[in-house]
Design a protein around this ligand. Structure first.
Ligand code: MV4
Length: 500
């Protein structure tokens, strides 16, 4: 058995880069790992990386990565003592958190009760308002006269949102009284079919807000700290494409207020483990939107500015340990940007482009971090999220970080599928982005699309040039493999000698 004081074996209920990210922390901590995988993922890297791997079902997520009973069965079979859900799939499923606990295992994340409360946007909004956290004016009433009176009191436009929502599903903007009833009916129908809960609420609408989120961390003793903020304004259809930390327009005063509000949010819902408090920001004011009760995709930029390993911290606090750092020990140094590399065609409405990666070489050098689960020869299955890698750059200033990201994008060779990299290159060259003027509708700016086709062509040419030497015949590959294993055995022999 392992000698660490936390867990002996963790089951990672996820796939792709995040499964590998969690297993990397486990390996460093001397914790064994159990992978689960679908029929479509038999050749996936997370399966090979883990100490043990179990097939849990067919490709379709409901039959595999969302199959709680089967995952818990594997956890018991393998003798795991904790479950890490990653993000997506079961990560924010309150019932799963409860079921893991009921099975006598530790869920690496918040309790079922906390997740349930934050899952209801209305309930969490009322609770946070009561706790003194700034929120946008809202009403729960969907009666025409009351809704009309509310909208007139704050002025149009207003927005109708689904209480069970998230990710923008069931949101309808209302510009005038004539649109009001239909918007309420439409949001409610969408919410009922998507979430099985027709509850909606109406709130003041902000036309071009920034999305700023605060990373929080709480241990089981109730100690709660923040790890600064991220700006995630650059997204399309509620899928973030670029995130950065810290927020380029942050001031000491605003940060003090927002991080304190975030800590109040976490304490109000008895939060435990890593969580993110989302705010909308507009003209000097910020408003609580929702809390994400999981480790997020973009936790990497927070790790890069703080120098901390958030998955290690998650495992420590889940094991009942106190937070390993006090608020004073957590500092922000430099700047970090993440590009989510999706296998999509940015010129063709971001249509998913699943297929085989024929050649691959990732960038490196100072300040570059890549979290990915792909490699040359890997076929991207069409059943899951299109994100194939996260490319992060870190440097001392935002300007240097942008230059570093541009440099890294030009080194990145991915041949076989179209990716979002040329779009991200266009953003890194956009004067408004460079000036820090981003908002949630940034990618609709015609300036971006104007340069996109040129960057797509340039990128194709460059990748073919850089990728040419990566083409290897079977014999050459065998020769390289042989050389590597000879080196490894020599190394092993040498280490053996050293031990004597
Ligand atoms: C808003 C808004 C403007 N005004 N609420 C979308 C997802 C959900 N988390 C909150 N969202 C929004 N709520 C009011 N009152 C604009 C958005 C929004 C958005 C928010 C964050 C990131 C990207 C977004 C893209 C479009 C709209």
């Amino acid at each position: 058995m392992s000698e660490n004081e936390y867990f002996d074996k963790i089951l990672v209920a996820n796939r792709g880069e995040i499964a590998i990210r969690v297993m990397r922390a486990c390996r460093e901590m001397g914790i064994e790992t159990v992978a689960v995988y679908s029929e479509a993922d038999a050749n996936a890297l997370h399966v090979k990386y883990a100490d043990e791997a179990f097939l849990i079902g067919p490709a379709h997520p409901t039959k595999s990565y969302l199959n709680m009973d089967r995952i818990l069965e594997v956890a018991e079979l393998a003798g795991a003592d904790a479950v890490h859900p990653g993000y997506g799939f079961l990560a924010e499923n309150a019932a799963f958190s409860g079921a893991v606990k009921k099975a006598g295992l530790t869920f690496i994340g918040p309790s079922e009760k906390t997740m349930k409360m934050m899952g209801s946007k209305l309930e969490s909004k009322s609770a946070m308002y009561a706790a003194g956290v700034p929120v946008l004016p809202w009403t729960q009433s969907t009666d025409h006269d009351e809704a009309k009176a509310f909208a007139e009191s704050i002025g149009y436009p207003v927005i109708v949102k689904a209480s069970a929502g998230g990710g923008g599903i069931g949101m309808t903007v209302v510009n005038n009284e004539a649109e009001l009833d239909e918007a309420i009916a439409k949001s409610s129908r969408t919410a009922a079919s998507a979430f099985g809960d027709p509850t909606v609420f109406i709130e003041k609408y902000l036309a071009k807000p920034r999305h700023i989120e605060v990373q929080v961390f709480a241990d089981s003793k109730g100690d709660t700290i923040h790890m600064f903020e991220r700006d995630c304004s650059i997204q399309r259809r509620h899928q973030k494409l670029i995130e950065e930390a810290p927020c380029p327009i942050m001031t000491d005063e605003l940060r003090e207020q927002m991080t304190q509000s975030a800590i109040t949010v976490a304490k109000t819902c008895n939060y435990e483990n890593a969580g993110t408090v989302e705010f909308l920001y507009d003209s000097g004011h910020y408003y609580f939107m929702e809390m994400n009760t999981r480790l997020q995709v973009e936790h990497t930029v927070t790790e890069l500015i703080t120098g901390l390993d958030m998955v290690r911290m998650q495992i420590q606090v889940a094991a009942g340990e106190p937070l390993p750092y006090s608020q004073e020990q957590i500092t922000c140094r430099g700047h970090a940007i993440e590009c989510r590399v999706n296998a999509e065609d940015p010129m063709n409405n971001y249509q998913a482009d699943a297929g085989k990666i024929t050649r691959y070489r990732s960038p490196g050098g100072p300040g570059i971090r890549i979290d990915s689960s792909i490699h040359a020869g890997y076929s991207i299955p069409p059943y899951y999220d299109s994100m194939i890698a996260k490319l992060c750059a870190r440097a001392m200033t935002r300007e240097e970080t942008i230059a570093r990201m541009r440099r890294a994008i030009t080194e990145y060779v991915i041949i076989g599928v179209k990716t979002t990299l040329p779009l991200q290159y266009a953003v890194m060259n956009n004067p408004d982005f460079i000036a820090g003027n981003t908002h949630t509708h940034f990618l609709q700016d015609p300036e971006i699309t104007k340069y996109l086709s040129r960057y797509m062509r340039e990128s194709e040419t460059r990748m073919n040039q850089l990728g040419a030497p990566l083409k290897q015949g079977k014999e050459k590959t065998i020769a390289v493999t042989a050389a590597v294993s000879a080196y490894m055995s020599a190394l092993a022999a040498k280490n053996g000698q050293n031990k004597k």
